[in-house]
Write a protein that binds this ligand. Sequence first.
Ligand code: AP5
Ligand code: MG
Length: 214
Amino acid sequence: MNIILLGPPGAGKGTQARKLVEERGMIQLSTGDMLREAKSSGTEMGNKVAAVMDAGELVTDEIVIGLIEEKLEGDHGGGFIFDGFPRTLAQADALGDLLSKHGTALTAVIAMEVNDDALVERITARSTCGNCGEGYNDISKPIPADQKCIKCGASDFKRRADDNEDSLRTRLMEYYKKTSPLLGYYHAKGDLKWVPGLGEIADVAAGINKVLDA
Ligand code: AP5
Ligand code: MG
């Protein structure tokens, strides 16, 4: 089973992908996480994309398609969750070609239905465990009072460089201009399934599982 989680910044793609990894043994492929890793380890590519990412703009198709191509060569496990990829029509076409080259295809494209006000609130309140990647939110899932991660016990919480109002405005505009056309693209292919993204994390997960089990 291969799925895309499609939605604007803060829609909950990463949160839901992590649940699917735990519950279904799927493999999360987040181009955002891969790019942040390259940025923090200071690779040549990481240095090249740092300013673009911090400003909230999209990295070139060539770079992100290359990252995904590399991952598809590895273990296919319980299937892939594409989180934050594809984000342009060129990336969507490339993904279709890569999957068919590997003798597989998309099972569903899950569009997460949210509204912009909720996104701003979620993103400006977000933090992540620097050790294991567990996500937190000042409003919906605060860091425990003892300052220890619920998953790994570490006390190293991080906020993303692009989680500020200026970058978020750009990220949203990039989404509406370049990524939202994918809704029509996948609708026309018959792959698109809408799931409400505004409820509790567990309710959103239930909506996704309903689609996957159908
Ligand atoms: P990326 O890392 O993909 O960021 P994004 O799309 O902006 O999305 P986010 O990660 O911010 O949000 P999310 O949907 O994962 O939400 P989350 O689960 O964390 O990309 C970053 C940058 O990398 C891009 O701007 C671009 O520069 C570059 N890039 C990446 N991929 C690219 C590509 N394919 N092409 C070109 N450039 C690319 O949730 C957000 C918060 O809300 C968390 O605090 C969470 O705890 C909370 N939350 C989640 N669900 C709920 C809920 N149901 N109720 C209440 N709170 C919730
Ligand atoms: Mg994410």
